[in-house]
Design a binder for this molecule. Structure first.
Ligand SMILES: Cc1cc2nc3c(=O)[nH]c(=O)nc-3n(C[C@H](O)[C@H](O)[C@H](O)COP(=O)(O)O)c2cc1C
Ligand code: SF4
Length: 417
């Protein structure tokens, strides 16, 4: 993996905390900075046999009623994806996606190393619900591989034969390795590179079978919902963005780290109420890892919910939010991230190779003070025209960076005529 920009979350302190106003579901006591073992998980009801006696059709309705959306980035309604795979022809596959190639994010690493049993519970539950005979945990960080192996050994030693049905698939960490078609291609024996769509994995994924690729946090919430129900899940969050979520707060704040928070708090509340407060002079944030682009400080009162962020052309993505401080000038940050985008492109689509390089070169000129109004115009245009042009959504991230930099910080760009 190429070196990540300085705004990457190092994950060096893999501890987590919950917002004080919630009863945590993921960051439960004892799990903040140490793995929760099988006995402790049994006490919480993890792997309850009754979960596995439930009628799959009933659980799909519960999942729909819960309003759970994917935590891997696209926020797709979980029940639609699960139903799509359940309706597929022939043997099916489920995959827990724990690759976490997003440099600003550490929440999947925290979850996999502290609550691996909850993720496995969700994966096994998903397999039973969609009728899959193969369950795979897809990982690249060594500490997550170790944690999941230990959890499976613990489960096997406890006499639970389901432990033998779960495979671990490891992959070299790159940004695109976590994209769902790359996930399926790698597990099928190919390179971890995205493929053209359609077909999508739920139609034809691992070895051409209908495949549910789900982020590990999504599966953990699904396991919680299976035990507590949709109504309990909706007790936190908002009507359209229900539940709690893990966020990785980073950058210019007092306590960077992983936090479980209710959906719907404002960006500023997140930093004030769990992140220890923003540093003086914070002028904006990078949203959704780097996929949601830049939001200037005027928008810190925006609710972290799917609808409000979409209205601004941004998104919660994988839940990583990085505060931009006085040392992080918008042009320097954009230039640095665009170098990373150009390097991490899987170089399969001409439009992505050329687009990310052009964005990189343009930001470099502007950051050096040699840019022109034409450069501003080009970035604004690419922000509109490049999304959805690549085989995967990687290019959309680079385009969002270009568009958001120009629209959120117009004062630092040469003015358009
Ligand atoms: C370039 C790129 C990289 C991605 N990397 C990850 C990743 O590391 N982990 C992840 O869970 N999803 C990642 N995704 C999203 C997956 O394609 C997929 O939507 C997700 O795993 C589905 O899980 P969910 O429905 O639970 O969110 C990535 C998407 C793109 C376009
Ligand atoms: S859009 Fe970019 S990252 Fe995605 S498959 Fe094409 S070249 Fe690779």
């Amino acid at each position: 993996m190429t070196a990540a920009p300085t705004l990457a979350h190092t994950g060096a302190t893999l501890t987590a905390a919950a917002h004080p106003a919630i009863t945590p579901r993921l960051v439960v006591p004892g799990a903040a900075d140490a793995p929760l073992g099988l006995d402790a998980e049994h006490d919480l009801g993890t792997y309850l046999p009754r979960v596995y006696d439930a009628d799959p059709a009933v659980f799909l309705d519960t999942l729909e009623a819960s309003g759970l959306r994917g935590r891997g980035g696209a926020a797709f309604p979980a029940h639609l994806k699960w139903r799509g795979v359940a309706a597929g022809e022939g043997p099916r596959v489920v995959v827990a996606n724990g690759e976490e190639g997003e440099p600003a994010s550490a929440k999947d690493r925290w979850l996999l190393t502290r609550r691996p049993h909850l993720v496995l519970d969700g994966l096994l539950h998903a397999a039973r619900t969609v009728g899959a005979d193969r369950a795979v945990v897809y990982l690249s960080h060594p500490e997550t591989v170790q944690a999941v192996r230990t959890a499976l050994d613990e489960l096997a030693a406890d006499g639970d034969e389901r432990a033998h049905r779960v495979e671990i698939h490891t992959v070299e960490p790159t940004y695109v390795a976590g994209e769902e078609s790359a996930v399926c291609r790698s597990i099928s024996g190919g390179p971890a590179l995205p493929t053209a769509k359609p077909p999508r994995p739920h139609e034809s994924g691992v070895d051409g079978r209908p495949t549910l690729v789900s982020n590990v946090e999504t599966l953990a919430h699904a396991a919680w919902i299976a035990r507590h129900g949709a109504e309990a899940y909706r007790a936190e969050g908002t009507d359209t963005s229900p539940g709690t979520t893990l966020v990785t707060l980073g950058g210019a704040c007092a306590r960077p780290g992983v936090y479980e928070v209710p959906l719907g708090l404002t960006v500023r509340q997140l930093f004030d109420e769990v992140g220890g407060g923003l540093a003086d002079g914070v002028h904006g944030v990078l949203m959704g890892g780097w996929f949601g682009g830049m939001l200037r400080h005027d928008h810190l009162a925006t609710a972290c919910c799917y609808d409000a962020l979409r209205t601004l052309g941004s998104g919660l993505g994988c839940g990583a939010i990085t505060a931009l401080g006085t040392d992080d000038s918008p042009l320097r940050v954009a230039a640095e991230l665009s170098v990373w985008y150009a390097r991490e492109s899987a170089a399969q689509c001409g439009v992505c190779v050329n687009g990310t390089k052009a964005i990189r070169d343009t930001f470099a000129r502007l950051a050096d003070g040699a840019g022109t109004a034409d450069d501003t115009g080009r970035l604004a245009r690419w922000g509109q025209t490049l999304p959805r042009r690549g085989a995967c959504a990687f290019l959309d991230g680079a385009a969002t960076l270009a568009r958001s930099a120009v629209t959120q910080y117009p004062e630092v760009f040469p003015a358009l005529p």
